[in-house]
Design a protein around this ligand. Structure first.
Ligand SMILES: Cc1cc2nc3c(=O)[nH]c(=O)nc-3n(C[C@H](O)[C@H](O)[C@H](O)COP(=O)(O)OP(=O)(O)OC[C@H]3O[C@@H](n4cnc5c(N)ncnc54)[C@H](O)[C@@H]3O)c2cc1C
Length: 509
């Protein structure tokens, strides 16, 4: 029996829609279903250099030029000024102590700024998801994907030829048959619930909770720091701004439409102290606890009700089955701390796209499951270590260097056409880096004293350090300085000329 569709995707967030576009470009008949209707709120907004590189690769590999302008701030603003977006020049961290105002120090030991791009043109972005996801769902429909919103789906039925999906749409019951079902509904999503898939909690990560919303009137942090000496490598608010404190952290992401996304992710202890499930009153308690953050939000007004996420971390034990698979974003998520949601989802889309091109076998899908679960495991190592040292900012800063080294080394290697030097997400396929990361994260979680641990992290990072990390002269402010890359070209088995070519090709020089 032929099926109505080759592929049905449940969930038309950015991930489901891009997956649908890829499948369509591969000549498949694609159905895209969603229980809600665009534009709709979605959380998860901050992109990274690796996420944008993956988006670029997907655009090129699967002939989707409409994605290219969305890979950097400059072309996005010229091409789609109406799709809400935030400028992200880097990662800004400030460490706070409860009850005390933040006070900048001469050695900048309570802050960390790491630039991700040398200028606004090529900078990363925050995706204003109501606009962004709607645009992508519409683009998918333009390519011939059958997009059906506001569908209330029932439990799927598995047949010898694939899957039968049924559900109610506009008061009428419909059924569709498909060869493959892809779940893009996010953590604890459609197939996890309908098939009763087993959960496999992260062993090291605390059971964090989150409280978040969208606001207007959030002050720029730089204005509160107006007296600070020196000129930072980029405006600290044009970034993913993190406030870090004992028991958790906060994100502040500014969009160009007057809206700022902000939220906290905290350990169960702090969540209980704040009584986080209460929503707005808990938010006020949090702002009272950290006076400088309170000052930043003094005139802020929420534009939508607060969302309380009682369990942020989630991992499904199974990622694929007979005629179905989960996108990485449905397979698991630990915490937004290192903005890993987007690159992991895009990596999964790229992998599945390649599998579909070669006509998918159960063996290929099993390989996809192994890779997806290994990616989640390595991210958990680092995120859980960071959570363990939220109140020890020196160690926290050193641990983030594992992330910045892996990300910048991987990006540079890929852009040099030497992707084989950077195997796996977070270099997890690189034996030397992996061993160093696992050891340092293990010790960080187990209370290893800061001095020796920081020295060791520095030693482990050095062979992969191509952006001048740990340079004491920078006092925790890291601009993009291409001299670092030229000096360390040999670590990438490259010459100065190779670096020149790559920087020009990437529009970085
Ligand atoms: C608090 C928080 C902050 C985050 N911040 C970041 C960040 O800064 N950077 C980053 O990279 N990642 C971040 N993430 C991760 C990010 O949110 C996810 O990677 C991303 O949203 C996944 O997108 P998606 O399209 O797969 O799913 P979603 O955006 O969740 O979309 C799922 C879609 O599926 C639909 N759906 C759900 N259930 C059903 C059903 N039963 N039937 C039909 N349709 C259904 C929904 O209506 C929705 O449209 C964050 C996550 C959290 C929880």
């Amino acid at each position: 029996m032929p099926t109505d569709f080759d592929i049905a995707i449940v969930g038309s967030g950015y991930a489901g829609s891009i997956m649908a576009m890829v499948a369509r470009r591969l000549g498949r008949r694609v159905l895209l279903l969603d229980k809600s209707k665009h534009p709709r709120f979605a959380i998860g907004e901050s992109s990274t250099p690796l996420a944008n590189l993956l988006l670029e690769e997907i655009a090129t590999e699967f002939d989707l030029p409409q994605l290219l302008p969305l890979t950097a701030w400059g072309p996005w603003q010229r091409t789609h000024p109406k799709i809400g977006c935030g400028l992200k020049r880097g990662f800004s961290f400030y460490h706070h102590t409860a009850g005390q105002p933040f006070s900048p120090r001469h050695d900048r030991s309570n802050e960390l700024l790491v630039a991700a791009s040398p200028n606004d043109e090529v900078a990363d972005t925050h995706w204003y998801r109501p606009d962004f996801d709607q645009f992508l769902a519409q683009e998918a429909a333009k390519l011939g994907v059958d997009l059906i919103e506001e569908v209330d789906l029932e439990k799927p039925e598995f047949t010898p030829t694939g899957v039968k999906l049924s559900g109610r749409h506009k008061g009428t019951r419909h059924s569709w048959t498909t060869g493959l079902l892809i779940d893009a509904t996010g953590p604890d999503g459609f197939l996890h619930r309908q098939l009763g898939l087993k959960e496999n909690p992260f062993p090291h990560l605390p059971e964090t909770q989150a409280l978040f919303g969208h606001f207007t009137g959030v002050a720029r942090w730089a204005d509160l720091m107006a007296g600070q000496a020196g000129s930072p490598p980029y405006a600290p608010d044009d970034a993913a701004l993190h406030h870090v404190f004992d028991g958790g952290w906060m994100w502040v992401l500014r969009f160009n439409n007057g809206i700022t996304s902000a939220g906290v992710s905290v350990t169960p202890t702090l969540a209980a102290q704040l009584n986080l499930s209460e929503g707005e009153p808990a938010w006020r308690r949090f702002l009272d606890r950290f006076p400088s953050i309170g000052e930043q939000f003094r005139n802020a007004a929420a534009t939508r009700p607060f969302t309380h996420a009682p369990a942020v971390g989630f991992r499904c034990a199974e990622v694929v089955g007979e005629s179905w698979c989960l996108l990485p974003s449905a397979a698991g998520f630990m915490d937004p701390l290192l903005s890993t949601g987007f690159p992991l989802a895009l990596l999964g889309i790229q992998r599945l796209g390649r599998t579909l091109r070669d006509s998918p076998s159960q063996q290929a899908l099993a390989g996809y499951q192994t890779e997806t679960l290994a990616d989640l495991a390595i991210v958990e190592e680092l995120v859980s270590a960071l959570f363990a040292r939220m109140d020890d900012f020196g160690t926290f800063t050193a641990l983030t260097m594992l992330y910045f080294a892996a990300a910048s080394f991987s990006e540079s290697a890929k852009r040099l056409g030497r992707g084989e030097l950077a195997p796996g997400f977070f270099l997890r396929g690189h034996e030397v880096f992996r061993a160093g990361l696992l050891d340092c994260c293990h010790r960080a979680r187990n209370g290893s004293p800061s001095g020796a641990l920081v020295a060791d992290i520095r030693r482990r990072v050095e062979p992969f350090n191509v952006i001048g990390l740990f340079n004491p002269a920078r006092r925790n402010w890291y601009p993009v300085d291409f001299e670092d890359l030229y000096r360390d070209a040999a670590k990438l088995l490259a010459s100065r000329d190779d670096i020149d070519v790559f920087l020009h090709k990437a529009g970085l020089r």
